[in-house]
Ligand binder design. Structure first.
Ligand code: BG6
Length: 528
């Protein structure tokens, strides 16, 4: 592998203190794909800038296109330029850092290969060994499967046959498997069985990119590093919980994938359940990967079977999103004109355990909604009214702890206060914490922590086989029920709205209402 001048490397890439990173090669299957260009390479670039990659690091990209390494790097550079031109805090702010970029591309190598052919893997093995310059040893290798899910099993089998999955005392082998991990319980179980024939569980890193979001990781810190919340975190004090992942984007160019996926599979047993786990799991005995994952699995196993009566599906019709006209889902590219695929889902979940019995968890997610907003709102039980019975207060505003995951990361607690004046008039007010007020924003595409953790062998933020299966198991009955009875009222919400009216009725039935889908300061939200 080509390396650049040692002085440049030294200034850019210092190993992360406390975690001496061992030399490693990252092999990306799907090197020419969108995920590699839009997220993996920008994340690597950010890791270089943060000095969190080992000096002895290399990247091998594998894909079926006939490209030279230079051509591959050029296509990656074009994407990086587009990102930096786009600017914006969430992706990249500044102009491209040429020193970091050059550090990275000097460690890159492209290899053409068909993922289904054994020759690809023998050639890859030879390349890895040559590049490491060791006697018949390719060293530490992280294989990143940034490919369509039909290739997960075959690639891992081929890695096994080529001897590339075998670890030794001095060389680890880890595999990152992207989403979707199966499309239902049976396929997830089959995939686990297939890959566990080749790899041991501790070599498999099943990714859910929501866990790479800082604010999602912070939920555990909020709950377990503070003394004030956890005593209230039970059915005695919590009235209900709302988890929202609202998107303004539609299906974009992903019609073919989305048609057979739909919002339930795409978002619920993975991303929304990760938020649910963080907010509702029991305290683990440590932050050890297995301790945390065991608690998540237990939580998913405690989810009460979801009745179709507790679920609402929707599909967007034409409308206006953020001032722009949007066509209806059925006219999106690669979508059937009579499609019954849902682009919105709302659920009421019950968790059958001591802590949460009787507390409804309402989850919703949808495309082409009025605002992009991912958040969790924990609504506490009302205070007893007695004291205010004779005052002009009909209903005390609820105490709500809102964890804003994106885009306006922060936390707010709403509570009641007396309006100044002779009469007792009560109003809802907020205490608000915004990340940006306390911490420098980090350039992040959300994959940095996940790649870094895999390099250091920390699987806490990745899914274990039983966790993935428990999550699929929780939604399996609903998937089957919906497949049996396609919706007959689609499209049932306008693009740019807050979703179908039936989702409001789902909560109204219990005397609850969704919080407005709006971003920004809580005051703006209350009046939205
Ligand atoms: C992906 C889904 O896993 O997550 C997409 O396939 C969805 O449909 C995306 O848009 C949401 O992720 P984020 O990070 O943009 O909120």
């Amino acid at each position: 592998m080509t390396t650049i001048a040692a002085d440049a490397a030294a200034t850019v890439a210092k190993s992360f203190p406390g975690h001496p990173l061992s030399p490693a090669t990252m092999t990306i299957f799907g090197a020419g794909g969108d995920l590699t260009k839009r997220l993996i390479v920008p994340a690597l670039y950010n890791l270089v800038r943060a000095g969190k990659l080992p000096d002895d690091f290399a990247i091998v990209g594998v894909d079926h296109n006939d490209l030279t390494t230079e051509e591959w790097c050029r296509s990656l550079a074009e994407m990086m330029q587009a990102f930096t031109r786009a600017g914006g805090g969430e992706r990249h702010g500044d102009a491209i850092d040429q020193q970091a970029w050059s550090w990275l591309i000097h460690r890159m190598h492209y290899m053409r290969g068909d993922f289904m052919q054994p020759e690809t893997f023998s050639q890859l093995k030879k390349l890895l060994i040559d590049q490491r310059g060791r006697q018949n040893d390719a060293g530490n290798v992280l294989f990143y499967l940034a490919v369509a899910d039909r290739f997960f099993g075959p690639i891992i089998e081929q890695l096994g046959r080529a001897g590339l999955a075998r670890q030794s005392e001095n060389a680890w082998r880890r595999v990152i498997v992207e989403k979707p991990f199966g499309h239902d319980l049976a396929s997830a179980e089959a995939l686990n069985a297939q890959i566990l024939k080749v790899l041991s569980e501790d070599q498999i890193y099943r990714i859910d990119h929501f866990l790479g979001k800082e604010t999602v990781q912070n939920i555990l810190v909020l709950r377990f590093a503070n003394g004030i919340f956890e005593p209230l975190w039970t059915r005695d004090h919590v009235d209900h919980v709302q988890i929202t992942a609202a998107e303004t984007v539609g299906v974009e160019h992903r019609g073919r994938f989305y048609e057979k996926t739909g919002a339930l599979r795409d978002m619920v047993p993975n991303h929304l359940f990760q938020l649910l786990a963080m907010i509702a799991m029991e305290p683990p005995i440590s932050f050890d990967a297995d301790a945390v994952r065991a608690k998540k699995t237990e939580l998913f196993q405690a989810i009460h079977p979801i009745s179709p009566a507790d679920a609402v599906r929707g599909q967007y019709g034409a409308g206006v999103v953020l001032g722009k006209k949007v066509r209806d889902y059925r006219h999106e590219p690669d979508v059937a004109p009579d499609s019954s695929t849902e682009t919105y889902v709302a659920l009421k979940l019950g968790i059958d355990n001591w802590r949460w019995a009787g507390v409804p968890f309402y989850l919703r997610t949808g495309k082409s909604l009025c605002a992009r907003n991912t958040e969790i709102a924990v609504q506490f039980r009302q205070a007893p009214y007695a004291l205010f019975r004779d005052t002009p207060v009909d209903r005390l505003p609820a105490n709500i702890l809102t964890l804003r995951i994106q885009p306006d990361e922060g936390l707010s607690l709403s509570f009641s206060a007396k309006r100044p004046g002779a009469e007792i008039k009560i109003d809802g007010v907020d205490m608000d914490f915004a990340y940006r007020d306390y911490f420098e924003p980090l350039a992040s595409v959300g994959y940095e922590t996940l790649i870094y953790d895999c390099l250091i062998g920390d699987a806490t933020l990745f899914q274990r086989a039983d966790t993935v299966e428990a999550a699929w198991c929780a939604v399996q009955g609903l998937l089957e029920a919906w497949a049996r009875t396609p919706a007959d009222d689609f499209p049932n919400y306008a693009a740019g709205s807050a979703g179908p009216a039936a989702a409001d009725r789902l909560l109204a039935r219990d005397g609850h209402a969704w919080l407005p889908i709006a971003t920004g300061h809580p005051h703006a939200r209350r009046t939205a």
